[in-house]
Design a protein around this ligand. Structure first.
Ligand SMILES: [Zn+2]
Length: 323
C-alpha cells in the first residue's frame, strides 16, 4: 500500500479491501508536495465500488493523513482556501463564499519502495518497466501484488547506480516465475529491458506484456505478440481496478508457452565476439565451430549444433545465465 493507514484499515475492516486499495492508489495519485492535493468522496465512489457516504466513512478512518475542508467558490471555480489566491484571476480567496465540494487534503507523501536486493533473489513477479514512462503504473501494480501476498520485485531508479545490475536484475528476471513487462512507448529503447525479456524467456518463465502504449510486436521479439497480454488498458479506456483483476487471473493460469530458444537466440545475437568465443570453448559440443566465421555465422552454427540433440538446449540455457 502507498499509505500504512490503508493496511490498518483493511486489518480492521477486511470487507473493504478492494475499496481501500482503490482509495489508496488515488490518494497517492492526488498527493502534491505543497500538500494541496486532494480527493473527494464523490469521485472515489465509482472506483471504490461504494456509495458516497460509505466512502466518507472510510476516509474518516485515515485520521490525520487527511485534512477535511469545504471548497470556496471564486470565478466559477471550486478552490482551496489555503491556496490564498484565486487560480483564475488572482482574487483574494479569504473573501470568497463557501463552495459546494467537501474535500480532503493529503498531508503526507506516498511511501517509496526501497530497492531490496534480497527481494530480487526470492521474488515471484519481476516488474520490468522504464522509469521515464512506466514508474507510476509499475508502483501501483507492485503495491497491489504485495497486498495479495505475491512477492513482487521492482527496481528503484535512485539506487540502481550502486547496484550490480547483471546479477541482481537479470538474475531476478531469470528466477522469477513471472515477468510483468510494462510496455510503454519507450520500453523497447532500453537494452536493459530487452535483456530482462530475453533472460526470462531463456529461463522458461511466464512473460505477461502489459499494453501501455508501446509495441506488443517488437522486431527483436516477434513471438511476444503470441503471449497473453493484459488486455485492460491503463490509458483511460479501462480502469486500474479491472486491469488488476485481469492480472490476478493471468498470474494463476498455467504457463503454456516455451520461448527458451528464442531467449537464448537474442542473447547470442547480442553477445560480443569475445563472449561467443568463451561459450564455444566452454561447451564441448560447440568445439568444432570455425572461429573465423563472422558473428552471424557463428550464431547460426551454434543454433545448428544445439538443435541436433535435445539435451543441448538445457546446457546452452545454463551457460547464458547472468553472472
Ligand atoms: Zn477569482
Amino acid at each position: 500500500m502507498f499509505y500504512k493507514e490503508s493496511s490498518s484499515i483493511i486489518d480492521r475492516h477486511g470487507h473493504w479491501r478492494f475499496a481501500v486499495e482503490a482509495v489508496d492508489r488515488r490518494l497517492a495519485r492526488a498527493y502534491r508536495p505543497d500538500k494541496l492535493g486532494f480527493v473527494e468522496a464523490a469521485s472515489l465512489a465509482s472506483p471504490a465500488g461504494l456509495d458516497e457516504s460509505t466512502v466518507a466513512t472510510l476516509l474518516a478512518e485515515y485520521g490525520d493523513l487527511l485534512d477535511a475542508y469545504d471548497s470556496v467558490r471564486c470565478c466559477d471555480t471550486e478552490q482551496d482556501p489555503k491556496s490564498g489566491r484565486c487560480i483564475e484571476n488572482d482574487c483574494d480567496l479569504a473573501l470568497a463564499p463557501v463552495g459546494s465540494e467537501h474535500r480532503h487534503r493529503i498531508l503526507r507523501a506516498p511511501v517509496r519502495i526501497p530497492l531490496d536486493p534480497a527481494a530480487a533473489s526470492s521474488c515471484n513477479v519481476m516488474i520490468s518497466y522504464r522509469h521515464s514512462t512506466g514508474q507510476s503504473v509499475a508502483t501501483e501494480i507492485y503495491h497491489h501484488l504485495n497486498s495479495q501476498g505475491k512477492r513482487p520485485f521492482l527496481d528503484d531508479p535512485a539506487l540502481v547506480a550502486g547496484t550490480p545490475w547483471e546479477p541482481v536484475f537479470l538474475g531476478a528476471a531469470s528466477r522469477a516465475d513471472n515477468l510483468l513487462a510494462i510496455i510503454t512507448s519507450d520500453y523497447w529503447d532500453s537494452p536493459y529491458c530487452r535483456l530482462e525479456i530475453a533472460h526470462s524467456a531463456r529461463s522458461g518463465r511466464r512473460i505477461i506484456p502489459v499494453s501501455c502504449g508501446g509495441r506488443l510486436d517488437p522486431p527483436e521479439f516477434p513471438w511476444l505478440v503470441t503471449l497473453t497480454s493484459v488486455r485492460e488498458r491503463l490509458d483511460g479506456t479501462g480502469t486500474t481496478e479491472s486491469f488488476l483483476l485481469d492480472l490476478d487471473v493471468q498470474l494463476e493460469a498455467p504457463v503454456v508457452v516455451d520461448n527458451r530458444w528464442e531467449g537464448c537466440a537474442y542473447l547470442l545475437k547480442n553477445s560480443s565476439n569475445q563472449r561467443l568465443r568463451e561459450l564455444t570453448s566452454s561447451l564441448g559440443f560447440l568445439a568444432g565451430i570455425n572461429q573465423r566465421q563472422n558473428h552471424d555465422e557463428i550464431v547460426a552454427s551454434i543454433a545448428a549444433a544445439v538443435y541436433s540433440e535435445p539435451n543441448r538446449l538445457q546446457q546452452l540455457i545454463a551457460s547464458l545465465a547472468p553472472r
